[in-house]
Design a protein around this ligand. Structure first.
Ligand SMILES: [Zn+2]
Length: 413
């Protein structure tokens, strides 16, 4: 039987695991219940399992039985993130969370799908020409779990460096079962700009006797938009959205400060660096022109997620082989959301792929997006998700062995 048939046999278990996780979403880097559920689900499989020191990650290593002459084996990493969001769930699912936290980004499916891949691949250990590292990651929604996992050694967990990496992310927007991605920059890099404009408070009737920071902060908002159109290459798009603006306490009082915070998105790390260097000067210049000062902080968060061109070509071939060309879609444009799998793909060639999980009874037009309190995901695709990850691992290992004849020499069948 092929992986697709094998996956159908474990689908009920994966759905049960996903629904159990869905009821108890945990936030951030410390997910003790989720970690315990993963460890329990992996129990009995021929894996070497490590848990994180500074975060509740789980890393599992599967060693295939096929070896190179001098023990060389390529290694493929598969990643699933595990954390939820601080959202009160309103999905109407019978297994909805009632804890005030929600798996509104589908990371519960990512955990279950990765467990499924571990089960499928463990059963095919004898056919594997290398190692598979399963990366169960907390903190994707913030403050970021991929980088601490890299610092704790996930990319060397098998004893040899990871050669290729794949991750799948479900989305409530695409049709059930559609695999979507693109070569090159596929998700944005992001940063947060925080500004405090400092003036001099006073009576609202007499602004000339004060230094009003509100009008200056408003000018900063507009200057940021002009900056994007004048200073950024139009072929390397940048989005700056001021999502917070706070000042004042009463209509007749000029406050002494005004604060704003903006989300910054870019499709190249070069423009992220440019923004980090130039935005403080811009904001301080506008403030200074009006006799104010400004405190400016720019925090870079996640880098751009860049899919390797060859790995995406390979993934397209593999997914088409499994489920047909109508199930694979190459996006023309990147997504301006950010993803911390980018830290892995900065170091290792690989590919991050979206998987449509919109239930058939939800129309395309009205479908809630990920991070919505009402979003639902069709978990009947967990078998397909697991089989896709497993097949990507099997075929990539085979390809890497082919590319590195030294690793294939002496392979025992
Ligand atoms: Zn997500």
């Amino acid at each position: 039987m092929g992986l697709v048939d094998d996956a159908a046999l474990i689908l009920d278990d994966l759905v049960a695991l996903r629904r159990r996780l869905h009821q108890h979403p945990e936030l951030g880097l410390h997910l003790p219940k989720t970690q315990a559920a993963v460890l329990e689900a992996l129990g009995g499989l021929p894996l070497e399992i490590m848990t994180g020191a500074g975060l509740s990650s789980v890393v599992a290593v599967l060693r295939g039985d096929l070896r190179g002459a001098a023990g060389q084996t390529p290694t493929v990493l598969l990643r699933g993130d595990m954390d939820g969001l601080p959202i009160v769930e309103d999905s109407g699912e019978p297994f909805a969370s009632t804890t005030g936290t929600m798996h509104a980004c589908g990371h519960d499916l990512h955990v279950a799908g990765l467990v499924g891949a571990a089960r499928l691949l463990s059963a095919r250990k004898h056919e594997l020409a290398g190692n598979v590292v399963f990366m169960f990651q907390p903190g994707e929604e913030g403050p970021g779990g991929a980088l601490p996992m890299i610092e704790e050694g996930v990319l060397d967990a098998a004893g040899t460096p990871v050669d290729a990496a794949f991750g799948i992310h479900v989305t409530g927007l695409y049709n059930r079962g559609l695999f979507v991605s693109k070569a090159g920059p596929a998700w944005a890099g992001n940063g947060i700009l925080s500004v405090t404009v400092r003036g001099k408070g006073g009576h609202g009737s007499s602004p000339w006797m004060a230094v009003d920071p509100v009008t200056v902060a408003a000018e900063v908002v507009m200057a940021l938009q002009s900056y994007v159109t004048r200073r950024i290459n139009v072929f390397d798009p940048v989005v700056i959205t001021v999502g917070q603006f706070h000042a004042g306490t009463a209509s007749n009082v000029i406050p002494s400060t005004a604060q704003l915070q903006a989300s910054v998105r870019t499709l190249s790390n070069a423009s992220l660096e440019q923004l980090a260097a130039e935005l403080p000067r811009l904001v301080q210049g506008v403030a200074g022109a009006h006799g104010c000062t400004a405190d400016v902080d720019f925090q870079q968060e996640y880098p751009v997620t860049v899919n390797d061109v060859d790995m995406w070509e390979h993934a397209k071939t593999v997914l088409t082989g499994l489920y047909g060309a109508e199930r694979v879609f190459e996006r023309p444009d990147p997504i301006m959301g950010a993803e911390d799998f980018s830290f892995v793909l900065e170091r290792v060639p690989g590919c991050f792929i979206q998987l449509g999980a919109r239930p058939d009874d939800v129309s395309a037009e009205g479908a809630p997006s990920n991070h919505s309190a009402t979003v639902r995901f069709d978990d009947s695709l967990l078998g397909e998700q697991a089989a896709a990850l497993a097949e990507l691992a099997v075929t990539t290992l085979a390809k890497l062995v082919e590319l590195r004849p030294d690793a294939a020499a002496g392979v025992a069948h």
